[in-house]
Design a protein around this ligand. Structure first.
Ligand code: ATP
Length: 235
């Protein structure tokens, strides 16, 4: 059963029709990626799914019920959490404070075990928990952004370009971490310009071009699709 699905989704910025009738779905426990060139509409799609941008047309269903038009703060409480491109961490707060902020929307008090889980996933963050987040490297800041999102116990994690600007070794590491989060039961939708990484770790993928989904298939099939290879995998 699908945890989230969009049908005929359209999103605009004024006159600019960034998303033009997109159908996509992510099943419970699935790891799905959305790939495509710069400006294809990937980020806009993610923002619409988490309520940060309004749908101009179409429907979004989450957990079996329509959520079209619901505000982002409500969707966060219901488990839809976005890790934005550019990370959005608080540079002057410590690593620990950033992680604690991730749990702000929760009503339970059991934050300590989740902190341990994040530190287990990212030992670097444990070592640096008292440091201002602004002193971390780009890769560590990306880990912190993902760790902060995990602190809110997401059911659906939306990751926007987690590999952006990272050195190759760290790209591999982020990929490993995303798989591990997936194995622990979180449903994931991953937007990536690094199509090779995204397809290597995902179950299924969608290709977006000019605001539309042009291909939808298993990640394996997309990796061996000559069209995808030519356009997104460097031949
Ligand atoms: P990128 O990898 O660069 O983020 P993308 O596939 O995520 O690309 P979007 O960021 O969703 O693409 O952009 C889709 C279209 O919407 C583009 O034509 C872009 O110029 C336009 N767009 C994005 N954000 C805005 C905005 N805030 N105001 C106006 N137009 C925007």
């Amino acid at each position: 059963m699908n945890l989230i699905e969009a049908r005929a989704l359209e999103v605009s910025y004024g006159e600019i029709r960034a998303v033009r009738g997109v159908d996509l779905a992510v099943g419970r426990g699935e790891l799905v990626c959305l790939i495509g060139a710069n400006g294809a509409g990937k980020t806009t799609t993610l923002k619409a799914l988490c309520g940060m941008l309004p749908a101009r047309a179409g429907v979004i269903n989450y957990d079996g019920a329509p959520v079209t038009g619901r505000p982002a703060h409500e969707l966060v409480r219901r488990g839809i959490v976005l890790v934005p491109e550019g990370r959005g961490i608080f540079a002057r707060l410590t690593v620990l404070e950033n992680l604690q902020l991730g749990a702000y929307a929760r009503r339970d008090a059991a934050v300590a075990p989740d902190l341990e889980r994040v530190y287990d996933l990212f030992p670097r963050l444990a070592e640096r928990r008292r440091q201002p987040a602004g002193t971390l490297s780009g890769g560590e800041q990306q880990m912190l952004a993902i760790g902060r999102a995990l602190m809110s116990r997401p059911r659906l994690l939306l990751l926007d370009e987690p590999s952006m600007g990272l050195a190759p070794l760290l790209v591999q590491k982020i990929g490993d971490v995303i798989r591990r989060i997936s194995r622990e039961g979180v449903t994931l939708l991953l937007v990536e310009q690094n199509a090779r990484l995204a397809l290597a770790i995902s179950d299924r993928g969608y290709v977006m071009e000019s605001g539309r989904v042009t291909l939808a298939d298993s990640a394996q099939a997309l990796l061996s699709n000559p069209q995808v290879q030519a356009a997104y995998l460097g031949g």
